[in-house]
Write a protein that binds this ligand. Sequence first.
Ligand SMILES: [Zn+2]
Length: 1030
Amino acid sequence: MLRFDNPDGGVWKQGFDISYHGNEWDKEPLEVFVVPHSHNDPGWLKTFDDYYRDQTQHILNNMLLHLAQDTRRKMIWSEISYFSKWWNDIDSQKRDTVRRLLRNGQLEMATGGWVMPDEANTHYFALIDQLMEGHQWLEANLGVKPTSGWAVDPFGHSPSMAYFLKRAGLASMLIQRVHYAVKKQFATKKTLEFYWRQNWDPASSSDMMCHMMPFYSYDIPHTCGPDPSICCQFDFHRLPGGRISCPWRIPPQPITDHNIRERSLLLLDQYRKKSRLFRTGVLLVPLGDDFRWAESSEWQNQFNNYQRLFTYLNTHSELHVKAQFGTISDYFRALRNRTARTGINLPVLSGDFFTYADRDDHYWSGYYTSRPFYKRLDRLLESHLRAAEILYSLTLAEMRRAEAGGVSGYRGDFPAGEAYQLLIVARRNLGLFQHHDAVTGTSKDWVVMDYGKRLYHSILALKEVLVNSAHWLILKDKAAYRHEPSSAFLQMDEVQPSQDTLPKKTILTVGRASRMLVVYNPVSQKRSAVVSIYVDSPAVRVVSMETGQPIPAQLSAVWAEPTRMSLKAYKLSFIAEVPPLALVLYHLLHAPDKDDSTQRANYTFLARDWQESQSIDTGPFKASRLQGDEANAPLVLANAHIQTWTSPSSGLLEKMKLAGDGLERHVQVRFFWYGTSPNHDKSGAYLFLPDGEAKPYSASLPPQVRVTRGPVFSEITSCFQHFTHTLRLFHVEGLEGHSVELSNLVDIRSEVNRELVMRLVTDVASGDHFYTDLNGFQIQPRRTLAKLPLQANFYPMTTMAYVQDSNSRLTLLTGQSLGVASLKSGNLEVVLDRRLQQDDNRGLGQGVTDNKLTASCFRLLLERRRRQEKEVALVSYPSLISHASSLHLLQPLLSMAVNPASSAASLPLLPSYQPIRKALPCDLHLLNLRTIQNKEGAGPSDQSALILHRKGFDCDVLNTPAHLHCGTTHGELDLDNMFTSLSVHNLQRVTLTLMHPENESGNDAGDSDSRSHHVKLEPMEVRTIQVQIG
Ligand SMILES: [Zn+2]
């Protein structure tokens, strides 16, 4: 076990003295690859466009010029967002030069993602999507397939990334920001180069070769060897007279005949020392920094001086060194050759590299929550993109099917090309936001706004794609489709007024004529879930268009203030039953007769002294006040599956019980504040440096508590000064009834240096163990360590966290990434928002004070376990119900209303569109059905990427699959029988981002028969299949 004691290591402050004898390289020479790189953040202190204009385009232009001058010079590039923008700006002559440099190996595309993504807050849908977007761009424009990963700046590293890169066909990868004590330990054991194994993959088919950089930073002072004061002297961009110098006060010297021997030996000493931390004599020396290589003089100074040093070193055979410029793949190739020739083995490791600390107790756990408004907006764009991609692909497939059958005029004037452009922009905006200064919340205020606008505009654009596709799919006569952007046939039910405000429900007018509502289920399993819309009249009911039968529904008030309801809107909630990937139509009918109209919720208010004088206006709803003894009894809500008890004074959860099973747990929801450290170093966008333990949230006034009871859902809303908390229970037989919804509206704009936390205090005997997900893809077991500072025990929660004991598991599912910890047995706490007045000295140069009214949504799931384990397992999985409940949060049903003003409103419609014959197995998730770009132009091709994920799940958590409407098939799927009327052609198994045909004989393609349309996935695997559907 590591001690994390941070002793002074000498010149290598966080390490130790490195020594060597000098004869270590006599047999096999030291082989040095100096890799020029420029770290280009797609937005941070400047926006993406401003960085491009001021720096990046000059870097790339100079690269062409200076690489072309000498074939020994090399360079790597990794951000395709920038590269593709530059590509659009350059002429064909420059493009030819780029192709030549790539062909002869002088230029290499590393990773090749749209950005270098954050690995903590990112969901795997977006991680894979941005990788595919970058790779597809590279293949289409340059014919290049990346082979090595390069991630020098993400704030901690996730094994999910290693898995996705491996499955994308990359052979090796590099990581850099790892806790300094872990780096030191790895250096001591010579395990800085290792095979990264997924902890769920004992078959080891996904092992990825990984290089971890040993020192503090990726800048030049920290990459040539252990002594930054010496390495800095070999950054010839810092030559005297330039704009930057060495903080260690020993400047670089230009290499001359006079000093070359002394300089070469000084640098070689650093190379040799660094090499002692690795198992082979092949050495990687990155040469670059943020936005480097922008000026011509920099290129000349670096390349000319280094080339002189290399020539000297290489011509003195007694030094046993071969030094050269190289790319990252040049390095890995030499490393592989060396290990193969010498029989040196690299170790195998599993796990993740969170939470990162770069020095002292400076743990980077603040960014797990910073700018939570945008972390939620990110998930909204993600769900809209996935839903739109799938519906659009199905629309094009239906058109192809009809046309293949000889039907003409079937497309109407459906804007397939236009919609495809909107999808591409949305993919790229979502991709851009996965950057390690974007979703992390670590950019300047105006850069955050620039990202926000991109997310916001793409959500609007995707709604357009969704309503156009849905419109076409539900038309009886497809040829009658008319594209009328000014008066769309369908309107999405939510509208976000601007990039920094929460979405608002559209109020539907229900007059004498009926309104039609289309509900889309974007997941590949059947769903029975509650849809809520706003209507302008209480006299309304819902009827299925298919059967004409009334649908169970509830009318509730819309609250303008805690005790004042809106007079303009009512909330209509009904239980929609929607087959997989289907569209189902409902009628909203005017129901003037009260007996005929929808059942109304009733309200209970808790009377407080200060509120006695306030009048409560509940319009057409029944309301009462609890007084006396009644007001002191716990508030109980129950459905067929769960019973909850909440405190009558706060309205906050106290206890949960599973109805069938009798399992009961104290689960108290509490709120706390963290302050920031009184020391010099305080919390900021990156760092969490609290002033000790959290203090209970105490309100100056007791909260206004409002209880809603109805046939479809019941809820308790508590309005505090800084947040409104709602606990909701759905009266649904299906999956939604198994968990409790918790949601918050948080506003801490009045506060100074405070962070608001929601804590679950439970009697689950979890000890110091808990579990968090990584990227929504896998679960990482965690242990809270008392020897570490409080902030070190926080971890990213992308989709869920849980605590468990021998007979129960309590899972908190989240609709947005936030920081989470379990500081005491049975506790789980989530940081909801942070407001920090100062910079935390990581280059951002500002605090986090652009807080907004921010929504966060969760589901709480209590489950019975039957496992009695003695040891804590290294691998853990959510249950099937937990997976499905997470999808309810992340991929909700989407509703759209037919616009009565549209000229097409009177055209006959189908009662539903059901593309899937049978639901996919419970554990198979359709991650995406993504239309592939046409090779010739920018439009859609007839090919799609079908991305499937077989989720690993825990069988020892008892669940009732009857409610899931699906079973499992051991990962098998017959694509020939998947669709109702569509069929699958030209199936090709490919790597994750479509770059290579999948090697059947290699890793675990399982027993898939390449001739049939039968696919099989092992648990946890994500696979891409290229198909033509039509
Ligand atoms: Zn960066």
